[in-house]
Design a protein around this ligand. Structure first.
Ligand SMILES: [Zn+2]
Ligand SMILES: [Zn+2]
Length: 173
């Protein structure tokens, strides 16, 4: 498959580079040009922080090429009814978005590790995967807080991997 990574705002270049390498096991990865976060995106103030509506990023990436498009931003994200989200995707859609805003406080390795796990998780949704509540080690386990992300692995469990591999096999060219 062809995956486009689309940065919005100020995301650390080493994160973009390493993420591109990491995700290239699935196919061809191309890094899109960085854009500022459009002020037209829905946003709100929570605890003194500006948060942006995650699904607005997905809509904005409609013209990006690729079988899948992963947005990555440094602004905090939310969805309606939730205080915040680490990332967002719609099941079997072409788009996913993640935020590094909450990943940065524990050094560069943690920032990268959390970004990779969250990207794989959100792209997993686009491959047709739901949350894997039965397996806390699976990357598809829901992350409510950072500890959940830090605890789980960066891989799909056997069951989830079968679904992801099936979708990926259909995207192979
Ligand atoms: Zn999820
Ligand atoms: Zn799983």
């Amino acid at each position: 498959m062809i995956l486009t990574i689309k940065p919005f705002g100020n995301v650390e270049p080493y994160v973009l580079d390493s993420l591109s390498k990491e995700l290239s096991t699935w196919g061809e990865v191309s890094l899109g040009s960085t854009e500022p976060v459009p002020q037209s995106f829905d946003h709100r103030i929570r605890d003194g922080q500006t948060q942006y509506l995650a699904s607005d990023f997905e809509r904005a990436m409609a013209r990006e090429p690729g079988d899948r498009v992963l947005g990555i931003t440094d602004v905090d994200l939310y969805e309606r009814g939730l205080n915040f989200v680490f990332g967002h995707a719609t099941i079997r859609d072409r788009f996913a978005v993640i935020s590094v805003a909450r990943f940065r406080n524990d050094g560069p390795d943690r920032l990268l590790e959390r970004s990779v796990k969250t990207a794989i998780h959100e792209l997993g949704h686009t491959f047709g995967l739901y949350h894997d509540d039965a397996n806390s080690d699976c990357v598809m386990h829901f992350s409510e807080k950072l500890e959940d992300t830090d605890r789980k692995s960066r891989s799909f469990c056997t069951k989830c991997n079968a679904v992801a591999a099936f979708t990926l096999s259909r995207l192979k060219k």
